[in-house]
Design a protein around this ligand. Sequence first.
Ligand code: HEC
Ligand code: HEC
Ligand code: HEC
Ligand code: HEC
Ligand code: HEC
Length: 499
Amino acid sequence: MSDPRPAGRPASSALGRWFASRVPFFYANWITTLGSLLAVVAVALLLGALALNVYNVLLERPASPYVDMVTFMLLPAVLVGGVALILVGAAVQRRRRARGEVRTVAIEVGGPEFLRKALLVGLLAVLGLIMSASFGYEAYHYTESTEFCMKVCHAVMEPEGVAYERSPHAHVACVKCHIGPGADWFVKAKLSGLRQVVAVMRNSYQRPIPAPVENLRPARETCEACHWPEQFNGSKLVVREHVEADRDNTPSVTSLVIKVGGHPQPGVRATGVHWHVDRGNEVRYRALDDKRNDIVEVVQKTPDGEVRYLRDGADPADTAGEWRVMDCIDCHNRPTHIYEVPGRALDRAFTDGLLDRGVPWLREATERALFDVTPGGDTAGRVAAYLDSLYAADHPEDLAAMQARRDESAGVLATILARNVFPRMNVTWGSYPSNLGHVDLHGEIDESGCFRCHDDNHLSEDGRAISQDCDACHSLLTERETDPSALPDFVSSVLTRRE
Ligand code: HEC
Ligand code: HEC
Ligand code: HEC
Ligand code: HEC
Ligand code: HEC
């Protein structure tokens, strides 16, 4: 049974008649009606949200990321859905008309009614297009923004975000390293992003978030947008001011010149640290664990040929583990989510004058406090109580001197804890160690970082080892030197703290 009422003119109510006579196109059948309703509501809400945004900007109020998310992602989707329904409804109506199920409304082509409708439809189409294009563009940019990454998963990404904000890459958007240029990685990233959002909603993610990141885009495609090996060359002087863990908190200086190296000129062989990533070279390795610490086999490929190194004692027939081609991330695994080592954070605080070297044993006591106190409600208060009991037990004669500076010291320690230890995500000291060197949490030389390969224990067939020569990567000028007169002049001249 077909509807006895003529199409485009279902004049059942006064409002219906009014509406139908003005916008018959949107009222042809229930599909177009639903579509029009959705579109109208979406446009109205979008305009409202836009007004809210303008209002926030005018009042210099911070915009809410959740409002932004609805504005820039949900509403445009509703608008697009509404327009799609209108088109589907129009197509259905055309088919019905062709089958003669409804009476065709005769419109004279070029006549006044035709012109009016064509103008209306055209105008609405252009408006819809402009709005969805601009909001789509905004939505795209919004999902690419650091704000989106941080706000949508605030609690989950807190450690990474806090570490990032203090790093040299604080103004580089998350996506520059995590997605990079090109459509294929964009799609991959959005899909894996969706999976992550689901994991967060189901509360099924791992804490801490595992590193190395599985399937991180090859670093050469992301980092090299801004840094490339031809750019590095020469050497870099590193001067580190320490404070020893003795009663006097004696200052000391470690200084070294790192052979940053790289590619001096086309055709000239690269030397130094960036030799591994020079265009002509490739280093690949096989690790037994997913942290990539337990490296058994290394293959070095250069224009001169291949050299294979096997860890002393490893069985050459055993092929367990996973191969990986070395890139920037194998050394710079913490380019931006840089967590401190407790000792270094304290050295900085003393050097910057935040902690007082005049308080006996303060360097030693504060390092113990950093390991033993977990941040949470009133961290500073608990640090202060910890210092009290530590001094009362171990250095009662210096308790009063410590208490004179106790509260400000506890405040400094609370800040250091807040940017490195995140109990909610199980992130603590050493959860994310750096591979850019070879020292442990206590500043002692260990087997990590460069020494995973450079341990004099990975041997080629002709008996050569991957070198652990202390001068291969840097010249060590001074190591924890406490005598100021023993420092080279150019090292003393760059110290922040001169006595
Ligand atoms: C300069 C490049 C860079 C930028 C910018 C960057 N990241 Fe990372 N991020 C990395 C690298 C490299 C790793 C992986 C390290 C590894 O695999 O060991 C990583 C790892 C992570 C991890 C896994 C946990 C961890 O700490 O290893 C999370 C989560 C993360 N990043 C989130 C973010 C967020 C959120 C932002 C923006 C606020 C961001 N990243 C910005 C380079 C970057
Ligand atoms: C969008 C550009 C951009 C990308 C992508 C990028 N960086 Fe950087 N990087 C910078 C800027 C800007 C600085 C700061 C330079 C400065 O402070 O002088 C920097 C600094 C650095 C430094 C020196 C830090 C220091 O302590 O002085 C290192 C190392 C570094 N980046 C490594 C990386 C690695 C590894 C990647 C890839 C995971 C990467 N960068 C990706 C722009 C970028
Ligand atoms: C074999 C380990 C290793 C690899 C691989 C490596 N780097 Fe480095 N890079 C270092 C070390 C070590 C330094 C000096 C660290 C310091 O300043 O304390 C350094 C320094 C840098 C600097 C700062 C240079 C300066 O003069 O201050 C940048 C930028 C950088 N690397 C980027 C990269 C990029 C991009 C890649 C990948 C194409 C890469 N590195 C690969 C170990 C490595
Ligand atoms: C996956 C194994 C591996 C890791 C990790 C590694 N290297 Fe290497 N490196 C090699 C191999 C293989 C060679 C070539 C053999 C040699 O020179 O002993 C090499 C050579 C070098 C050279 C000499 C380059 C030249 O001029 O010929 C320097 C300098 C160097 N590495 C620095 C570093 C530093 C610094 C780190 C840590 C930040 C590091 N490497 C981490 C495998 C590694
Ligand atoms: C494969 C390269 C490589 C070799 C070999 C090497 N180092 Fe290092 N060393 C590094 C890098 C990279 C750093 C980190 C520089 C930084 O922290 O900016 C470093 C840092 C250091 C530091 C400073 C640590 C700190 O906490 O500030 C000392 C001390 C040191 N090395 C001693 C040695 C000694 C002793 C040897 C010989 C047994 C040696 N290194 C061999 C790459 C190497």
